[in-house]
Design a protein around this ligand. Sequence first.
Ligand code: 2P0
Length: 353
Amino acid sequence: MAAEKWIFMVTAQTPTNIAVIKYWGKRDEVRILPVNDSISVTLDPDHLCTVTTVAVSPAFDRDRMWLNGKEISLSGSRYQNCLREIRSCAGDVEDKEKNIKIEKKDWEKLNLHIASHNNFPTAAGLASSAAGFACLVFSLAKLMNVDEDLSHLSAIARQGSGSACRSLFGGFVKWKMGSKEDGSDSVAVQLEDEKHWDDLVIIIAVVSSQQKETSSTSGMRESVETSLLLQHRAKEVVPKRVLQMEEAIKNRDFASLTRLSCADSNQFHAVCLDTSPPIFYMNDTSHRIISLVEKWNRSEGTPQVAYTFDAGPNAVLIARNRKVAVQLLQGLLYYFPPKPDTDMRSYVVGDTS
Ligand code: 2P0
């Protein structure tokens, strides 16, 4: 390490992802190991994403992090686990121009500053932890010259937030639940890249921008403890559905993608209802969007739009192509006129019920 003061930094951008076969329930809360496989599609990096800059300098006296400009604590076990794991596989870094040389062993002593920004309203109830932890791990891996493949990095991001492991890849991604106790085989793998099925258009209709009452972490804990349907889903339903979804994605079979993603979203919300006390993530507007899409798909004879809802009322709608996406937007604008003050980067539907 050179004696003089220096700073070395890296910036990365990571998109969020939307599950079409849902992760809901952990078998190990500390390592964040799921009770079933899940499959997601990663969004276009220019839309919903996190940008993170990580910096290292001998002038830093402790690890610090700012999220959307506000300092947050890094003391929680999720951050600590990610930082410890990534430091443990750091490599040598040399920048001859700036006369910076960091050896593997130095990373244990050097402190980090991390600044992370979401390019979408955090309050909109859109998954931010997936993009956030994926971006944190990826940018640190670049900074520290970590010589590991993306699947290994996904196992580190997973310990920050389960769904984050899927955001390290573009296109369609599977998070394999794995079977090892240490979680080393609970990793994400890319099924198909982003060019494989680029006709699809994803529209997110923000039904409510309010913070959800039950966080995903506590919601899935309660479901694991109380829902019999969750046990049935994890053991009997998802393993078959994952295979069918992989086939549908491989063959660009939109009818099967729609059938499976709508069924899986509905079963996930049924598990929430089967939890004691029941968890209500969708609201009347969400239900009306489902009815609209179901009626439209039936009237066309062949599916045009798939829907999926995460742990909140917002609709994620997958149109089979651009033409359908335009028709869908027209339908949404007609049936759910937008509220004033809409942030037009996401479509906020008016609750007319
Ligand atoms: C998913 N969700 O597969 C599912 C569908 C929400 C509904 O992953 O406790 O924020 O940090 O592992 O990853 C949200 O859960 O939970 C989620 P933790 P996470 O996308």
